[in-house]
Structures are given as structure tokens and as C-alpha cells.
Design a binder for this molecule. Structure first.
Ligand code: SF4
Length: 724
């Protein structure tokens, strides 16, 4: 345990977990009683959550003082084969040697780096720079690939720019109709539910698309329950009806889009009865959805992991964007398409260079001008920068073969990656694995060196929430002795590998460089400073240093809804995008001519049931942190298999009996939870746990061809009664 910082003043900061990045205030308190040295108090001034927190955020300080957190480096000893305590010097030396020796023996691309969507912008930036400049490897990607990559790819394709929500979340409460596709935000980000409640109180309508009746679906005016993996067909069926019922906004389509004839033709091939057969959603429900969506003056479609985590995720999101474009519900206030990003820095994490194909500022690694700009900031030749590397699953799949040493930061792929038993065997086959984490996660337990790093309340850094709002997480505590920050780790490793300069451990110094690296790029942060974020409680990108320097004039628009954008002086940031033009070369949004196709693995006689996976209220992602919090564990102690009574009866399963969910990749066993809230052809498992109930042992790593997103949301399984 450690002492609070000398100054006991409360500190305004943000939750360590999801993309809502709820504001909270931390008050240092004595550390007895396992409080973690700070208590959470409400911060109503932050506009996104206005003081509300879910149980995960409220209990986050418990991980700070958890007995199982790491407080000294661990090195695997050859004699015992065990991880044993070591000094920082020894641990960093071992990593530097391990990475260098592998690169020397097998080539630079034999060294891999795996990051995380929970890392701050500064860490994501420094990690990408470290990989490409110090290690000279192309092999870097991160777990955000498993989170939002399909929506990001669809966003880029349609609008020329990817920002999860191109409008503030508060706009959701002011629109007329929201279609929420594959999001259970009542459990994943509960404070956001208020916006839907306010929408309904103001007379707006909510349509939820989800194969399960979730806490979110319970709030819906209309709940559509498509068969998993058929969201694309559903969106096409709705667009077909929009055309057939004469509800296309021809003027908008003509003035602000391209590609409509092809998209229209694709939709017309998906007539409602066919869509009913594919999805299981009755035609009258399709008609009702179209009426709700189109009768409202303004409407939105918001997607989350349901439609995105599919081997056709990019096209599926594209189909929902098509619906918005055809009805003129995009590029104007209070209407549009948005993605509810999952991880804390799911947005910022994909903008600063830890993604396999990107450079800071959301620039393309293959763009010569982008390479030249970033190389100049980094003080290297553009030709010295490697090209794009493998995507997250492909990188994990290459471990022990093409990629023989790995540095991993802020991720626990042994629980969160698809086909996890295979990923585990790949991790075990590495010549060298180094992991930086706050606890000995399942992945860290396999490492040759483990570094204990600081937690959210012990270091300062910026995050970018699901709205593109850049916020400041401030330190309220000093880290315990023996613990260092991720930035300090990268600084120490870079120095050992010949880069004494260029990798400062100070977050603000890193951010200043990030500003320059991002200047002029799509995600331009050059006008954002720590001081501005503190004064304004967050700034929306793009925010060039000077208003006239924006590479995206008109994207922000001069509409009264963006009134701040009109004032002279420093650029005000961009709460709303695309009001006058989209960020494509010609300013027009692009329809995607997409058609239905089946999931990579459809049920058959051997594997007749569909599995879908997801999250529960009291746990977060791989559970590395939340499984260490007693209150959360009590609320959600382990995995389960949700199944319909008809399926349970066929199997002869009673409530609570262990059920084996078996796919071509492996088997997960968890107690039955029998419920009418799920389709009879589908079972659901939450994925937060390791061990025999690890849902990702079963999931399918089939990848979307564009985004390289694995198909977490649908695979074919059979059910068996497991031995009690
Ligand atoms: Fe934290 Fe997300 Fe919960 Fe807010 S909703 S308290 S950001 S986990």
C-alpha cells in the first residue's frame, strides 16, 4: 500500500474503463481499509455523465490497493522456470536484450508489439513510435482491432473520416428516433442510458436491434431480434422498404452523396419476405421500423459490437450508413450514424499509430506525405519507417513462427482474443515475451519478463472518448514504490536500444510532440493543449492550431448547431462533423453497394446452434482489473450460458447445470441460465473470464476482409451436458 500525494486536494479526472470516460473527482484518503488511497466523489460538471457512474467506475479505486497488483518486476529464472522478483534495471535489460537479439537473428519484423485501446493517447503514440523507430518493425497492432475496427473502416469508406460519434452524445436525447444496433449500453455504459430515457420523455422513439432481450432492449418502443449474423440483411430490408414506400430523400442523395444507384440496386434485391426468411424478423416489424425511423424529423443509427464483430462487419455497418444516407439522415444536426466505441481510449487508441496501418493524426502509413510529415517530427528518414504490419489476430497467429518476440502493453489476449486456446499456444511458443500490466493477467503469467506499471489514478494522460472529445486524466496519487509508468518503461527501453532522446517519460511532453505529429492530419490535435482541456473540460478533434489551418474546412460546418466554430481566434474544436460537407475528396458521402452473405460458420448438423458473446454490467473486457474487485465479483462471479427454455428442454438441462458449448475450435463449460430473453436458436456467453468457461476458446477468428475484425458475434456450436 502507498500513501496519498502530499497535496490532499481533490482531483478532477475520469474513469479508467469504458469509452464514456465518465468524469469523477478523486479525494485522497488514508489508505487503511483498502480504499486504495482515493475515494470517488461525484463530478456533475462533466457533461457526458453529469456525475452518474456505474459500479465499475465507483469501485475502480479498489484495484489501486489490491493485494494482487504487481509492485515489482518479475523475471523468469531459467533454473526454476518461475517468474521471480527482479530489479527494474535487470528487467529492462532483459527486455532490451530479448527484443534486440530476436531482431538480429531473425530480422526486425520478427519482433512484435501489441498495444491496447485502454492506453492513453500519449502511450499509444509512444508505443507506435517505439515500434517503428526503435525496433524498426512493421509488426504492431492492438486489441482495439477487436473492438471498433469495422465501424472505423465503414466510417472511412462512407464519410472519409472516422470519428465514432460525429456529434456529442447529448444530441441523442434531442433527435426523433434512435436505432440502436447490437448495443447493450444499459449494461456496458449505464450512464449513457439517460440520453435514451430523455429521448423517450421528449416523445422520441427507440428501436433496439439485438437477438437478446437485454436491459437496453427492455426500454425499446420496438425490439427487433434478428438471427445473429444477419444485421446486414436487416438493414438492406429496411432500405428496400424505404425505396418501395417512396421515403428516399432524393434531394439529399443528389446533392451530398455518390454511389446511390448501385446501393439502391443491392437493396432492391433484398425484398422484405426474403429478409424475413434470413433474419427471422417479420415483415410487419420491418415496416414499423421504417415508419418510426422516417416519420421522425431527425433520426440516428448507432451501432456497437453486435453488427461490427462479424466477418462482414464493415459491410454491415455500411448497410446501416446507407439507410441514413438514403433518408437524408446524415450531415445535418441531430441526425446521423455513430458508433458507440467500447474501450476507454478506443477512439484515441486508433488515431496515434499503434494500429498496424496508421501513423499519428490518423494518417495512413502508406501515404508518402504522411510518412514524410511524421518522419520529420521523429527526426528520421521517411524510408526508415516500415510499412503496414499484420492485424491483431494475424499477429497473434504468427507468434512463434514469423514473429518470435513480443512486447505487450495494456492487453490480455489470452482471454480477449478469438480462438483463445490457439492464441495461448502461440504465446507459449514465443522465444521471448515481455508484458507490462498492473496485475499478473493470464497473458502476463506466460511472460519472460513482467513489468508492474502505474494505474489510471497514478499518472496523467489524455484519452479521447467515444465522441472524439479529448479529456485529461489527472494523477491523484503517486504510484507505489517499485511501480513505473508505461511511458517510463518505453523511455528506459529506448535508451537501452540507442535512443537516449525522443522518448520522454513525461506525458505532457509526449502530448506536445503528438500535437505536432498530428498537425494537418484527419485527427488533428495541434490546437489542443493540457491547459485548454483543463479549462474547457475536453476539446473535440479535429482542432488545428489555428482555425484557418484546418484541412477539413466545412467538415465542421458553420451551422448554428456548431456556433462555436464561427468565433474568431483559436480553433474551438469540432463537436459536430460533416454539416456542410463530408471529408471525402469531393465532399460527398459514399454509399456502399453491399449485399447479404452468411456468417463464416453457419449451423449444420454437427454444430446446430449459434453462439454470440458479449459483456455484463459488473465486469469489463478481459476482467484483468474488474475480476480483482470484490463487489464486482459478487455481482458477476463467473461465466454462464444463456439459453432459451426450448433449447434447455431439448438438451435436458436445468437451471445452473454445467453446459459445454463446443465449437470446431474448442469447448467452454459454464452453468446454464435459462431465459426467454434469447432466441431459441442462439446461446449467449459473456467473455470476461479465463479457465474452463472462457467463451473465446469457442469463438471464430474468421476476419472481415477490410477491417480484419474477427467474428466474435457468431459461430456454430453444439451443446452438451457437462460433468458436474
Ligand atoms: Fe466508467 Fe464506463 Fe462505468 Fe462510466 S460507464 S463509470 S466510464 S465503466
Amino acid at each position: 500500500e502507498h500513501s496519498p500525494a502530499p497535496d490532499p486536494a481533490p482531483v478532477d479526472t475520469h474513469c479508467p474503463y469504458c469509452s464514456l470516460q465518465c468524469g469523477m473527482t478523486l479525494r485522497p484518503v488514508p489508505t487503511d481499509g483498502g480504499t486504495g488511497g482515493v475515494e470517488v466523489i461525484e463530478r456533475t460538471a462533466f457533461p457526458v455523465n453529469r456525475g452518474a457512474l456505474c459500479g465499475k467506475g465507483r469501485t475502480a479505486p479498489a484495484v489501486l490497493s489490491s493485494r494482487v497488483r504487481l509492485t515489482e518486476p518479475l523475471v523468469r529464472r531459467p533454473d526454476s522456470g518461475r517468474l521471480e522478483p527482479a530489479t527494474w534495471e535487470e528487467a529492462l535489460d532483459r527486455i532490451a536484450e530479448g527484443l534486440e537479439a530476436t531482431g538480429r537473428a531473425h530480422g526486425r519484423d520478427a519482433v512484435g508489439v501489441f498495444g491496447g485501446g485502454g492506453l492513453t493517447n500519449e502511450k499509444a503514440y509512444a508505443l507506435g513510435k517505439f515500434a517503428r523507430v526503435v525496433l524498426g518493425t512493421s509488426q504492431i497492432d492492438y486489441n482495439g482491432r477487436f473492438c471498433m475496427s469495422s465501424a472505423a473502416a465503414a466510417h472511412q469508406r462512407a464519410f472519409g473520416l472516422d470519428r465514432g460519434l460525429p456529434f456529442p452524445l447529448a444530441d441523442v436525447a434531442r433527435t426523433g428516433c434512435v436505432v440502436l444496433v447490437g448495443s447493450n449500453l444499459a449494461e456496458t455504459m449505464p450512464p449513457a442510458l439517460r440520453y435514451l430515457t430523455e429521448l423517450k420523455e421528449a416523445g422520441g422513439r427507440l428501436i433496439v436491434v439485438d437477438p437478446r432481450r437485454t436491459r437496453t432492449a427492455e426500454q425499446a418502443d420496438l425490439h427487433l431480434t434478428p438471427r445473429p449474423g444477419t444485421d446486414l440483411a436487416l438493414a438492406l430490408g429496411l432500405l428496400h422498404l424505404v425505396v418501395a414506400e417512396g421515403r428516399v430523400d432524393e434531394e439529399f442523395v443528389e446533392r451530398r452523396t455518390s454511389g446511390w444507384p448501385e446501393a439502391r440496386a443491392a437493396a432492391m434485391a433484398h425484398w422484405p419476405e426474403l429478409v424475413e426468411r434470413i433474419t427471422g424478423v417479420p415483415v410487419p416489424a420491418l415496416r414499423k421500423a421504417v415508419a418510426m425511423f422516417c416519420d421522425a424529423e431527425n433520426s440516428m443509427v448507432l451501432t456497437a459490437r453486435g453488427p461490427e464483430q462479424q466477418s462482414k462487419g464493415t459491410d454491415t455497418v455500411g448497410a446501416w450508413i446507407n439507410l441514413c444516407l438514403a433518408t437524408g439522415r446524415a450531415g445535418r444536426p441531430l441526425s446521423g450514424y455513430g458508433c458507440l466505441t467500447g474501450q476507454g481510449n478506443g477512439q484515441g487508441g486508433r488515431e496515434h499509430g499503434q494500429k498496424a496501418d496508421q501513423l499519428p493524426g490518423y494518417r495512413k502509413l502508406t501515404d508518402p506525405a504522411a510518412r514524410a510529415h511524421v518522419a520529420a517530427v521523429w527526426g528520421v528518414e521517411p524510408d526508415a519507417l516500415p510499412g503496414p504490419g499484420r492485424s491483431a489476430y494475424e499477429l497473434l497467429d504468427a507468434l512463434g513462427r514469423d514473429v518470435r518476440a513480443l512486447l505487450l502493453m495494456g492487453s490480455n489476449p489470452l482471454v480477449s482474443a478469438p480462438r483463445a486456446a490457439h492464441v495461448e499456444s502461440r504465446l507459449r511458443s514465443l522465444d521471448f515475451l515481455a508484458v507490462a500490466d498492473v496485475v499478473l493477467s493470464e497473458t502476463a503469467a506466460l511472460a519472460d519478463v513482467v513489468l508492474p506499471v502505474a494505474q489510471w489514478a497514478e499518472e496523467t494522460g489524455t484519452m479521447t472518448n467515444l465522441e472524439g472529445r479529448v479529456i485529461l486524466r489527472r494523477a491523484a496519487l503517486t504510484p507505489p514504490p517499485g511501480v513505473r509508468t508505461d511511458l517510463s518503461v518505453l523511455s528506459g527501453l529506448a535508451a537501452r536500444l540507442g535512443w537516449e532522446k525522443g522518448f520522454p517519460a513525461d506525458a505532457e511532453e509526449v502530448f506536445e510532440e503528438l500535437r505536432r505529429a498530428s498537425a494537418g492530419g484527419p485527427a488533428d490535435y495541434s490546437g489542443i493543449t493540457y491547459r485548454r482541456i483543463a479549462e474547457e473540460d475536453g476539446v473535440f478533434w479535429p482542432c488545428p492550431e489555428r482555425a484557418e489551418e484546418s484541412g477539413f474546412e466545412g467538415v465542421a460546418g458553420a451551422d448554428s448547431e456548431n456556433a462555436e466554430a464561427e468565433r474568431p481566434g483559436p480553433h474551438p474544436g469540432t463537436p459536430r462533423l460533416f454539416l456542410d460537407r463530408f471529408a471525402t475528396d469531393d465532399g460527398r458521402a459514399r454509399f456502399a453497394p453491399v449485399s447479404h452473405r452468411p456468417a463464416a460458420e453457419e449451423p449444420d448438423a454437427a454444430y446446430p446452434v449459434l453462439l454470440t458473446t458479449g459483456r455484463v454490467l459488473a465486469q469489463y473486457q478481459s476482467g484483468a482489473q474488474t475480476r480483482r474487485v470484490a463487489e464486482l465479483n459478487e455481482a458477476a462471479p463467473g461465466p454462464y450460458v444463456q439459453l432459451h427454455p426450448l433449447l434447455a428442454e431439448r438438451l435436458g438441462a436445468a437451471e445452473g447445470v454445467p453446459i459445454a458449448v463446443v465449437s470446431r475450435r474448442g469447448r467452454a463449460v459454464a452453468p446454464a441460465r435459462i431465459s426467454r430473453d434469447i432466441r431459441p436458436d442462439t446461446v449467449f456467453m459473456p467473455f470476461h473470464w479465463a479457465g474452463p468457461g472462457r467463451a473465446n476458446t469457442v469463438t471464430n477468428p474468421a476476419l472481415d476482409p477490410v477491417s480484419r475484425m474477427p467474428e466474435f458475434k457468431v459461430c456454430a456450436v453444439r451443446l452438451e451436458l457437462a460433468e458436474g
